[in-house]
Each structure stands twice: as C-alpha cells, then as structure tokens.
Design a protein around this ligand. Structure first.
Ligand code: G3P
Length: 221
C-alpha cells in the first residue's frame, strides 16, 4: 500500500520524505489555506521535493474552467495529478484529461456508485472520504470494502486512495482490505511511528548503558 501525505506543510513533507515514507502528496484548497502562504510557492516546492504523484486541486466548478486550471497546475511538474470534484463537470474534465494521458484524482467520493462512475471516466485515483462518513454515523471503511470489491470484479485500473483518514486504525483496516493508497495527515503518520513500549525499551537501554559507562569510563560505541 502506498502512503501519501495529506498536507501542504513543507516542513512535514520534508520530514517524512527524508525517512523514505512518502509515495506522494495530496492537497486541497482547505489544506493550502491552512498554511496561509502563497499557494504558488507551496505547489512549486512540493512538486520539487516529491518524486511521486502530487494531487493539486482545481477550484472551478465548470468544465472549461477546470480544464484551464488543470493545464496550469500541470505546469508545476509532470508528477502533478489534477484533482477534480465528483460532479458532472468534474467527470467530464476527468474524461478529457485522462484521454490526453493526464492523471486525475476524483475527490469528495462518498458512495460506491460515485467511485464506479469516476473509474468509468478514466480516473487514476478515486478519493473516498472515510472520516467524514464516520462523522455522520456511517461506516467509512465499509465504503472502501465495497469499492474494492467492485473494482476487482471488473478489473478497473483506477486506484483507491483512502482519504479523510483520522487515526492509525483506519490505516490498518485500509491495508487489510487492500486499498492502493492511504493519504495521511502528518499527525496520523506520527502516531503510527510511535509505541509506548518502544519508548520504555529505549529509555531502559540507555539507562543500562549509562551504568556500564560508570564502571568503564573509556567505553564508547
Ligand atoms: O484528502 C482529503 C482530506 O483532506 C479530507 O480530510 O479530515 O478534512 O475530512 P478531512
């Protein structure tokens, strides 16, 4: 399963990329807005740092505007995936971009039918938002199971990009189901790194080493 980071924060992107953990990045207008800086700079930097796919989202709601914006977004790099909303115009743009060999991520997917239609339109990725379904009392992970089954039945090449991930259990469940990608807020990836027993174990190793050094002051590794 590929791991994308769901952020426009350059510090987090560099941090996790230096650990070799990132296969790509997803952004959206809210994430860009959260950073507060000039989105142009962010898009330039992100597409330089990351070799893998970087989803940059259009803000037009009609087809011709999406096409113009998508073409401009692609100027940031060959690794740019044009992100369009799950609307009629979004699917029309998805079809046009895909026919030209430009990869598309269809976002704001909340049902298996929407995922099926986005796949038919040629999307490289569909982004089901599982956390937002959980928020309204629906089972987000069940949507991932349904989409996985449907895509497998018909051998669709479209990849399932699990989005709106809120905690590490979402990641384990996505991997068990066989989702292609999870896109993670930096905080979730941080939590995945940690375990209390790792910290306790390391503290004990270091304390024992200090004791040994008291008896052997010249010892070093
Ligand atoms: O990738 C989509 C994601 O950013 C949405 O997450 O937490 O705003 O539902 P959230």
């Amino acid at each position: 399963m590929k791991i994308f980071l769901d952020t426009a924060n350059l510090e987090s992107i560099k941090k996790f990329n230096d650990m070799g953990l990132l296969d790509g990045i997803t952004t959206n207008p809210s994430l860009m807005s959260k950073e507060g800086g000039n989105p142009k700079n962010a898009m330039e930097e992100i597409t330089k740092i990351i070799q893998g796919d970087v989803s940059l989202e259009v803000v037009s709601t009609e087809y011709s505007g999406m096409m113009d914006e998508g073409k401009r977004l692609r100027e940031y790099g060959d690794n740019v995936v044009v992100k369009v909303p799950m609307t009629s115009d979004g699917l029309k743009a998805c079809k046009s971009f895909s026919s030209q060999g430009i990869p598309v991520n269809v976002t704001l997917i909340f049902s298996a039918n929407q995922a099926l239609l986005a796949a038919k339109s040629g999307a490289k990725y569909v982004s089901p938002f599982i956390g937002r379904l959980d928020d309204i009392g629906q089972d987000g992970m069940n949507l991932i199971k349904e989409i996985k089954e449907i895509f497998s039945n018909y051998d669709f090449k479209t990849q399932i990009l699990v989005a709106s991930v809120r905690h590490p259990l979402h990641v384990i469940d996505s991997a068990k189901i066989g989702a292609d990608v999870v896109t993670l807020p930096p905080g979730v990836l941080d939590k995945m790194l940690q375990h209390p027993l790792t910290k306790i174990g390391l503290d004990n190793f270091l304390a024992d080493w200090e004791k040994l050094k008291q008896k052997n002051p010249d010892t070093k590794i």
